[in-house]
Design a protein around this ligand. Sequence first.
Ligand SMILES: Cc1cc2nc3c(=O)[nH]c(=O)nc-3n(C[C@H](O)[C@H](O)[C@H](O)COP(=O)(O)OP(=O)(O)OC[C@H]3O[C@@H](n4cnc5c(N)ncnc54)[C@H](O)[C@@H]3O)c2cc1C
Length: 289
Amino acid sequence: MSTLSYAAPSSVKEAVALLAGAGGLAKVMSGGTDLLVQLRSGRVKPDLIVDTKKLPGIIGIQETASGFVIGAATSGAEIGEHAGLVKAWPGVVEATNLIGSTQVQGRASLAGNLCNASPAADSVPALIAARAVCVVVGPKGERDVPVEQIVVGPGKTSLAKDEFIIAFKLAKPAARSADAYLRFIPRTEMDIAVVGCGVSVTLDAGGVCTSATVALGAVAPTQLLVKAAGDALVGHKLDEATLAKLDAAAQAACKPINDKRGTIEFRTKIAGVLARRTAAIAFQRAGER
Ligand SMILES: Cc1cc2nc3c(=O)[nH]c(=O)nc-3n(C[C@H](O)[C@H](O)[C@H](O)COP(=O)(O)OP(=O)(O)OC[C@H]3O[C@@H](n4cnc5c(N)ncnc54)[C@H](O)[C@@H]3O)c2cc1C
Protein backbone atom coordinates (compact mmCIF):
# COMPACT_ATOMS: atom_id res chain seq x y z
CA MET A 1 0.00 0.00 0.00
CA SER A 2 1.44 3.40 -0.91
CA THR A 3 1.69 6.10 1.74
CA LEU A 4 1.45 9.85 1.41
CA SER A 5 3.98 11.96 3.29
CA TYR A 6 3.45 15.62 4.11
CA ALA A 7 6.15 18.18 4.88
CA ALA A 8 5.95 21.87 5.62
CA PRO A 9 9.58 23.05 5.47
CA SER A 10 10.62 26.41 6.87
CA SER A 11 13.48 27.10 4.45
CA VAL A 12 13.83 27.00 0.67
CA LYS A 13 16.94 24.83 1.03
CA GLU A 14 14.97 22.24 2.99
CA ALA A 15 12.08 22.36 0.49
CA VAL A 16 14.41 21.85 -2.48
CA ALA A 17 16.18 18.96 -0.69
CA LEU A 18 12.83 17.28 0.03
CA LEU A 19 11.79 17.55 -3.62
CA ALA A 20 15.18 16.38 -4.90
CA GLY A 21 15.23 13.41 -2.53
CA ALA A 22 11.66 12.22 -3.11
CA GLY A 23 11.54 8.66 -4.40
CA GLY A 24 8.13 8.84 -6.11
CA LEU A 25 5.89 11.69 -7.20
CA ALA A 26 6.39 14.85 -5.13
CA LYS A 27 3.91 17.75 -5.41
CA VAL A 28 4.43 21.28 -4.21
CA MET A 29 1.37 22.74 -2.51
CA SER A 30 0.36 26.37 -2.16
CA GLY A 31 -3.37 26.88 -1.46
CA GLY A 32 -4.32 23.29 -2.35
CA THR A 33 -7.50 24.32 -4.20
CA ASP A 34 -6.45 22.34 -7.26
CA LEU A 35 -4.17 19.77 -5.66
CA LEU A 36 -6.54 18.60 -2.92
CA VAL A 37 -9.41 18.22 -5.39
CA GLN A 38 -7.15 16.11 -7.63
CA LEU A 39 -6.00 14.08 -4.64
CA ARG A 40 -9.54 13.29 -3.54
CA SER A 41 -10.62 12.32 -7.04
CA GLY A 42 -7.56 10.07 -7.42
CA ARG A 43 -6.35 11.96 -10.48
CA VAL A 44 -3.03 12.66 -8.77
CA LYS A 45 -1.39 10.18 -6.41
CA PRO A 46 1.67 11.84 -4.89
CA ASP A 47 4.02 10.12 -2.48
CA LEU A 48 5.03 13.45 -0.95
CA ILE A 49 3.36 16.85 -0.58
CA VAL A 50 5.66 19.78 0.14
CA ASP A 51 3.54 22.59 1.57
CA THR A 52 5.25 25.92 0.84
CA LYS A 53 3.25 28.17 3.11
CA LYS A 54 5.82 28.25 5.94
CA LEU A 55 8.62 29.44 3.65
CA PRO A 56 9.77 33.01 4.39
CA GLY A 57 8.40 35.52 1.85
CA ILE A 58 6.18 33.08 -0.02
CA ILE A 59 3.05 34.83 1.24
CA GLY A 60 2.80 38.61 0.94
CA ILE A 61 3.33 41.48 -1.47
CA GLN A 62 6.31 43.86 -1.47
CA GLU A 63 6.12 47.16 -3.31
CA THR A 64 9.60 48.32 -4.34
CA ALA A 65 10.93 51.26 -6.35
CA SER A 66 10.92 49.12 -9.49
CA GLY A 67 7.63 47.27 -9.00
CA PHE A 68 6.04 44.46 -7.03
CA VAL A 69 7.18 41.10 -5.71
CA ILE A 70 4.22 38.84 -5.02
CA GLY A 71 4.91 35.73 -2.94
CA ALA A 72 4.01 32.62 -4.91
CA ALA A 73 1.46 31.38 -2.33
CA THR A 74 -0.18 34.77 -1.70
CA SER A 75 -3.95 34.32 -1.85
CA GLY A 76 -6.22 35.97 -4.38
CA ALA A 77 -7.98 37.72 -1.51
CA GLU A 78 -4.75 39.34 -0.35
CA ILE A 79 -3.86 40.36 -3.90
CA GLY A 80 -7.29 41.99 -4.32
CA GLU A 81 -6.84 44.00 -1.14
CA HIS A 82 -3.43 45.47 -2.04
CA ALA A 83 -4.21 49.06 -3.03
CA GLY A 84 -0.87 49.65 -4.80
CA LEU A 85 -1.19 46.53 -6.93
CA VAL A 86 -4.85 47.21 -7.75
CA LYS A 87 -3.87 50.67 -8.99
CA ALA A 88 -0.79 49.57 -10.95
CA TRP A 89 -2.04 46.28 -12.44
CA PRO A 90 -5.86 46.22 -12.36
CA GLY A 91 -6.00 43.51 -15.04
CA VAL A 92 -3.81 41.09 -13.11
CA VAL A 93 -5.89 41.70 -9.99
CA GLU A 94 -9.26 41.32 -11.73
CA ALA A 95 -8.10 38.08 -13.38
CA THR A 96 -6.87 36.70 -10.04
CA ASN A 97 -10.08 37.68 -8.29
CA LEU A 98 -12.15 35.76 -10.87
CA ILE A 99 -10.73 32.49 -9.55
CA GLY A 100 -13.45 30.53 -7.75
CA SER A 101 -15.55 31.72 -4.83
CA THR A 102 -14.82 33.79 -1.73
CA GLN A 103 -13.70 30.59 0.00
CA VAL A 104 -11.37 29.63 -2.86
CA GLN A 105 -10.00 33.20 -2.95
CA GLY A 106 -8.81 32.76 0.63
CA ARG A 107 -6.30 30.14 -0.54
CA ALA A 108 -5.86 30.15 -4.33
CA SER A 109 -2.46 31.46 -5.43
CA LEU A 110 -0.82 32.65 -8.63
CA ALA A 111 1.77 29.84 -8.48
CA GLY A 112 -0.93 27.19 -8.17
CA ASN A 113 -3.01 28.72 -10.94
CA LEU A 114 0.02 28.78 -13.24
CA CYS A 115 1.56 25.41 -12.29
CA ASN A 116 -1.71 23.49 -12.40
CA ALA A 117 -1.12 24.20 -16.09
CA SER A 118 -4.73 24.42 -17.18
CA PRO A 119 -5.04 26.25 -20.52
CA ALA A 120 -8.04 28.05 -18.98
CA ALA A 121 -6.31 29.37 -15.83
CA ASP A 122 -7.58 32.91 -15.40
CA SER A 123 -4.59 34.75 -13.96
CA VAL A 124 -2.14 33.49 -16.58
CA PRO A 125 -3.10 35.55 -19.68
CA ALA A 126 -3.16 38.66 -17.47
CA LEU A 127 0.28 37.86 -16.01
CA ILE A 128 1.69 37.24 -19.48
CA ALA A 129 0.21 40.50 -20.80
CA ALA A 130 1.77 42.30 -17.82
CA ARG A 131 5.14 40.70 -18.69
CA ALA A 132 5.33 39.12 -15.24
CA VAL A 133 8.40 37.07 -14.36
CA CYS A 134 8.53 34.05 -12.04
CA VAL A 135 11.34 33.63 -9.55
CA VAL A 136 12.11 29.91 -9.68
CA VAL A 137 14.17 28.28 -6.92
CA GLY A 138 16.09 25.03 -7.11
CA PRO A 139 19.38 23.41 -6.14
CA LYS A 140 21.37 25.96 -8.16
CA GLY A 141 19.69 28.97 -6.53
CA GLU A 142 17.23 31.38 -8.13
CA ARG A 143 16.45 32.09 -11.78
CA ASP A 144 13.97 34.46 -13.40
CA VAL A 145 11.61 32.91 -15.96
CA PRO A 146 8.93 34.79 -17.95
CA VAL A 147 5.49 33.45 -17.03
CA GLU A 148 4.81 32.29 -20.60
CA GLN A 149 7.76 29.89 -20.41
CA ILE A 150 6.46 27.90 -17.44
CA VAL A 151 3.56 25.93 -18.93
CA VAL A 152 4.49 23.57 -21.77
CA GLY A 153 1.21 21.68 -22.18
CA PRO A 154 -1.96 20.78 -20.29
CA GLY A 155 -0.87 19.70 -16.79
CA LYS A 156 2.83 20.08 -17.67
CA THR A 157 5.40 22.71 -16.71
CA SER A 158 9.02 23.36 -17.61
CA LEU A 159 10.06 23.20 -13.95
CA ALA A 160 12.47 20.45 -12.88
CA LYS A 161 11.42 18.00 -10.16
CA ASP A 162 13.41 19.92 -7.54
CA GLU A 163 12.31 23.43 -8.59
CA PHE A 164 9.35 25.56 -7.62
CA ILE A 165 8.19 29.17 -7.90
CA ILE A 166 8.89 31.35 -4.89
CA ALA A 167 7.59 34.70 -6.23
CA PHE A 168 6.28 36.71 -9.17
CA LYS A 169 7.79 40.03 -10.21
CA LEU A 170 5.78 42.78 -11.87
CA ALA A 171 7.49 45.96 -13.05
CA LYS A 172 6.09 49.36 -12.14
CA PRO A 173 3.97 50.33 -15.16
CA ALA A 174 5.16 53.23 -17.33
CA ALA A 175 3.12 56.44 -17.48
CA ARG A 176 -0.23 56.13 -19.35
CA SER A 177 -0.06 52.33 -19.12
CA ALA A 178 -2.81 49.96 -18.04
CA ASP A 179 -3.94 46.38 -18.33
CA ALA A 180 -7.25 44.50 -18.36
CA TYR A 181 -8.55 40.92 -18.34
CA LEU A 182 -11.84 39.51 -19.57
CA ARG A 183 -13.06 35.94 -19.86
CA PHE A 184 -16.10 34.39 -21.46
CA ILE A 185 -17.99 31.83 -19.39
CA PRO A 186 -21.49 30.45 -19.98
CA ARG A 187 -22.54 31.38 -16.43
CA THR A 188 -22.00 34.60 -14.49
CA GLU A 189 -19.40 33.15 -12.08
CA MET A 190 -17.70 29.96 -10.83
CA ASP A 191 -17.00 28.52 -14.25
CA ILE A 192 -14.00 27.70 -16.41
CA ALA A 193 -13.05 30.19 -19.12
CA VAL A 194 -14.15 29.28 -22.64
CA VAL A 195 -11.72 32.02 -23.68
CA GLY A 196 -9.68 34.44 -21.57
CA CYS A 197 -7.85 37.55 -22.76
CA GLY A 198 -5.28 39.81 -21.10
CA VAL A 199 -4.16 43.08 -22.67
CA SER A 200 -1.58 45.59 -21.46
CA VAL A 201 -0.96 48.89 -23.27
CA THR A 202 1.07 52.09 -23.03
CA LEU A 203 -0.24 55.23 -24.76
CA ASP A 204 1.44 58.53 -25.66
CA ALA A 205 -0.02 61.89 -24.65
CA GLY A 206 -2.20 61.88 -27.77
CA GLY A 207 -3.72 58.46 -27.03
CA VAL A 208 -1.65 56.58 -29.61
CA CYS A 209 -0.48 53.14 -28.46
CA THR A 210 3.31 52.89 -28.14
CA SER A 211 3.51 49.38 -26.68
CA ALA A 212 1.04 46.52 -26.30
CA THR A 213 0.96 42.91 -25.15
CA VAL A 214 -1.96 40.57 -25.79
CA ALA A 215 -2.33 37.08 -24.32
CA LEU A 216 -5.08 34.51 -24.80
CA GLY A 217 -6.19 31.59 -22.64
CA ALA A 218 -8.23 28.44 -23.35
CA VAL A 219 -7.70 28.57 -27.11
CA ALA A 220 -4.59 26.34 -27.32
CA PRO A 221 -2.77 23.74 -25.18
CA THR A 222 -0.99 26.61 -23.38
CA GLN A 223 -1.77 30.29 -22.92
CA LEU A 224 -0.60 32.27 -25.93
CA LEU A 225 1.42 35.46 -26.07
CA VAL A 226 0.05 36.81 -29.37
CA LYS A 227 2.72 39.15 -30.72
CA ALA A 228 0.79 39.95 -33.91
CA ALA A 229 -2.17 41.11 -31.82
CA GLY A 230 0.03 43.47 -29.78
CA ASP A 231 1.66 44.72 -33.00
CA ALA A 232 -1.79 45.49 -34.44
CA LEU A 233 -2.31 48.06 -31.66
CA VAL A 234 1.09 49.78 -31.72
CA GLY A 235 1.15 53.10 -33.60
CA HIS A 236 -2.63 53.46 -33.50
CA LYS A 237 -5.54 54.85 -31.55
CA LEU A 238 -8.33 52.41 -30.91
CA ASP A 239 -10.29 53.02 -34.12
CA GLU A 240 -12.35 50.40 -35.98
CA ALA A 241 -9.56 49.53 -38.44
CA THR A 242 -7.15 48.84 -35.55
CA LEU A 243 -9.74 46.79 -33.69
CA ALA A 244 -10.41 44.74 -36.83
CA LYS A 245 -6.67 43.97 -37.16
CA LEU A 246 -6.46 43.04 -33.49
CA ASP A 247 -9.53 40.80 -33.83
CA ALA A 248 -8.06 39.05 -36.89
CA ALA A 249 -4.65 38.54 -35.23
CA ALA A 250 -6.25 37.08 -32.10
CA GLN A 251 -8.39 34.70 -34.15
CA ALA A 252 -5.43 33.64 -36.29
CA ALA A 253 -3.46 32.59 -33.20
CA CYS A 254 -6.14 30.23 -31.89
CA LYS A 255 -5.67 26.46 -31.95
CA PRO A 256 -8.59 25.45 -29.75
CA ILE A 257 -10.37 22.15 -29.16
CA ASN A 258 -14.04 21.27 -29.40
CA ASP A 259 -15.49 20.48 -26.01
CA LYS A 260 -18.72 20.88 -24.07
CA ARG A 261 -17.90 24.54 -23.36
CA GLY A 262 -17.44 25.60 -26.96
CA THR A 263 -16.64 24.58 -30.49
CA ILE A 264 -13.45 25.50 -32.32
CA GLU A 265 -15.37 28.08 -34.38
CA PHE A 266 -17.04 29.61 -31.33
CA ARG A 267 -13.84 29.87 -29.31
CA THR A 268 -11.99 31.42 -32.24
CA LYS A 269 -14.70 34.02 -32.83
CA ILE A 270 -14.91 34.83 -29.10
CA ALA A 271 -11.12 35.31 -28.92
CA GLY A 272 -11.42 38.16 -31.41
CA VAL A 273 -14.39 39.71 -29.63
CA LEU A 274 -12.70 39.49 -26.22
CA ALA A 275 -9.46 40.96 -27.60
CA ARG A 276 -11.44 43.99 -28.84
CA ARG A 277 -13.28 44.45 -25.55
CA THR A 278 -10.25 43.89 -23.34
CA ALA A 279 -8.16 46.31 -25.40
CA ALA A 280 -10.92 48.93 -25.12
CA ILE A 281 -10.82 48.67 -21.31
CA ALA A 282 -7.01 48.81 -21.20
CA PHE A 283 -6.97 51.87 -23.51
CA GLN A 284 -9.60 53.64 -21.42
CA ARG A 285 -7.74 52.95 -18.18
CA ALA A 286 -4.41 54.04 -19.66
CA GLY A 287 -5.99 57.24 -21.02
CA GLU A 288 -7.26 58.16 -17.57
CA ARG A 289 -3.79 57.99 -16.00
C1 LIG B 1 -14.57 25.65 -6.64
C2 LIG B 1 -13.38 26.02 -7.47
C3 LIG B 1 -13.48 27.03 -8.41
C4 LIG B 1 -12.39 27.38 -9.20
N1 LIG B 1 -12.53 28.40 -10.11
C5 LIG B 1 -11.48 28.75 -10.87
C6 LIG B 1 -11.60 29.81 -11.82
O1 LIG B 1 -12.65 30.44 -11.96
N2 LIG B 1 -10.51 30.12 -12.58
C7 LIG B 1 -9.32 29.46 -12.45
O2 LIG B 1 -8.38 29.79 -13.15
N3 LIG B 1 -9.18 28.45 -11.55
C8 LIG B 1 -10.22 28.08 -10.77
N4 LIG B 1 -10.08 27.07 -9.85
C9 LIG B 1 -8.82 26.34 -9.75
C10 LIG B 1 -7.88 26.79 -8.59
O3 LIG B 1 -8.58 27.38 -7.54
C11 LIG B 1 -6.82 27.77 -9.13
O4 LIG B 1 -6.09 27.19 -10.18
C12 LIG B 1 -5.85 28.23 -8.01
O5 LIG B 1 -5.22 29.42 -8.40
C13 LIG B 1 -4.81 27.19 -7.64
O6 LIG B 1 -3.97 27.74 -6.66
P1 LIG B 1 -3.57 26.92 -5.36
O7 LIG B 1 -2.64 27.78 -4.59
O8 LIG B 1 -4.75 26.45 -4.63
O9 LIG B 1 -2.80 25.70 -6.05
P2 LIG B 1 -2.45 24.24 -5.49
O10 LIG B 1 -3.67 23.41 -5.48
O11 LIG B 1 -1.67 24.33 -4.23
O12 LIG B 1 -1.47 23.74 -6.64
C14 LIG B 1 -1.91 23.58 -7.98
C15 LIG B 1 -0.76 23.01 -8.81
O13 LIG B 1 0.33 23.91 -8.84
C16 LIG B 1 1.49 23.30 -8.27
N5 LIG B 1 2.12 24.33 -7.44
C17 LIG B 1 1.55 24.99 -6.40
N6 LIG B 1 2.39 25.93 -5.94
C18 LIG B 1 3.53 25.84 -6.67
C19 LIG B 1 4.76 26.55 -6.65
N7 LIG B 1 5.03 27.52 -5.75
N8 LIG B 1 5.71 26.21 -7.56
C20 LIG B 1 5.48 25.22 -8.47
N9 LIG B 1 4.32 24.51 -8.52
C21 LIG B 1 3.36 24.83 -7.63
C22 LIG B 1 0.99 22.11 -7.45
O14 LIG B 1 1.97 21.10 -7.35
C23 LIG B 1 -0.21 21.69 -8.25
O15 LIG B 1 0.19 20.90 -9.34
C24 LIG B 1 -11.16 26.69 -9.04
C25 LIG B 1 -11.04 25.67 -8.06
C26 LIG B 1 -12.13 25.33 -7.30
C27 LIG B 1 -11.99 24.24 -6.26
